[in-house]
Design a protein around this ligand. Sequence first.
Ligand SMILES: O=C(O)C1=C[C@@H](OP(=O)(O)O)[C@@H](O)[C@H](O)C1
Ligand SMILES: C=C(OP(=O)(O)O)C(=O)O
Length: 483
Amino acid sequence: MHDEPTNAPAWAAPRAMGPLNAVVELPGSKSLTARALVLAATAAGPSTLAGVLRARDTDLMIAALTTLGARFEEDSSPTRLRVTPAPIPFPVSRSARPTSEATASAPARIDCGLAGTVMRFIAPLAALADAPVLLDGDKAARSRPLRPLLDTVSALGARVDYLAAPGFLPVLITPGAPDNAVVGAGTGPRDLAIDSTASSQFLSALLLAAPLLPGGARITPTGHVPSLPHAAMTVASLRERGVRVEEPAAGIPEGERTWAVAPGRPAGARITIEPDLSNAGPFLAAALVAGGSVSVPHWPARTTQAGDAWRSLLPRLGGTTRLIRDSNGAPALEAAGTGELAGIDADLSAVGELAPTVAALAVLASAQGRASRLRGIAHLRGHETDRLTAIVAEARRLGAPARETADGIEVGAMTAGARLRPALLHSYADHRMATFAAIIGLVVPGVRLDDVACTSKTLPGFIGLWERMLAGAPPAAPGREAR
Ligand SMILES: O=C(O)C1=C[C@@H](OP(=O)(O)O)[C@@H](O)[C@H](O)C1
Ligand SMILES: C=C(OP(=O)(O)O)C(=O)O
């Protein structure tokens, strides 16, 4: 269940040999796929999902939901799935049960890997199972925050036993007795208060489970919710499947905002998942760093994805962006640049998962004499790794004057004539720290990365896509079928 560091040789990040002119077609959004899988698995009827991301995080989600009793079948391609929902209570006593007598009382086990979406979205669902569920994950997953969510899971009537450190994986969730259980309890909506300051995924997890509670739920985060577009994405995904959700009215202060979800299983649906706009970031950023242009087809006209913010962020970093029609007539986002970068002062609270890519551009801007400040991202300390510490450590390894602040990082301007130096960078098992290194390696000679394989968390085809972008070859279409 625990990934150990690989012994694979370091990856030499390829240099850009000149301005780029590339079209990069990306597979489906991790976040939209996670929601689509959960909602299909808990729906009232079957669903068909197209454009599904097949990566470590989403395959772990499929495995987790299979343990809960849903069925996933590939339909002509790995990215098209037919989903048969699970009965509720989730029949984990029948699925994934041990066969030997010695382990006959062992709980069903769910491997969360390093996926925040799996550990958070599955935890409240485990309270709706017919038997105990043990959640565990990678070593690094064992320090990702979970406690506020699991306190709410116990408030729902389940028993929560921490098997190592309190508040962290591994954890055993034992659903309440039928007369006290989530499934059979009360008729009115459950009032659930939760401290969501560490992750928006706590709120999203409760929103996804809420329609399965007999009276629905009213969920009130007690503080700031970072990555708010991700909560909006969850609400939009629920509504798309007929679930009634009331969002807090504009102007209500943080801590008093309530999301109300009506009871009733989501409808089965045919869904096509948008490409992953967060993963588009490093490719679009490459155009700013190497010069030239990179475009990402199938950019949605309207979306709840945090990555849509590239349209406004990249111009602040020295590039340009525009929505175009590509040669196939598909809408695309094109980013262009000259290699000249601007420093940025930005509050990235709403789009924290974009921060490592912004930070890579900030490090390169530092070598051009420009300083940057990224704010509002204290919650990145609980991501795949402590990203603030990781970014600062790797920036300094390259020779850039970076430091952590209470809620972000600052990268000072390097003195005129100073250059970033060759370095073996560390990924910390974090896919976005791996792409941080790849971006910098486009123009800094001798950048190597200890573990590029961790990009498989959300983009297993990363190396091929990156190399094809640099070669200017026509795009491969990993996981995007005709739409
Ligand atoms: O719900 C989601 O799909 C996500 C929410 C965000 O988490 P945080 O709120 O923990 O930043 C984001 O950073 C993560 O990559 C995906
Ligand atoms: C924070 C991230 O992932 P997770 O869904 O594991 O929280 C991320 O992908 O940047």
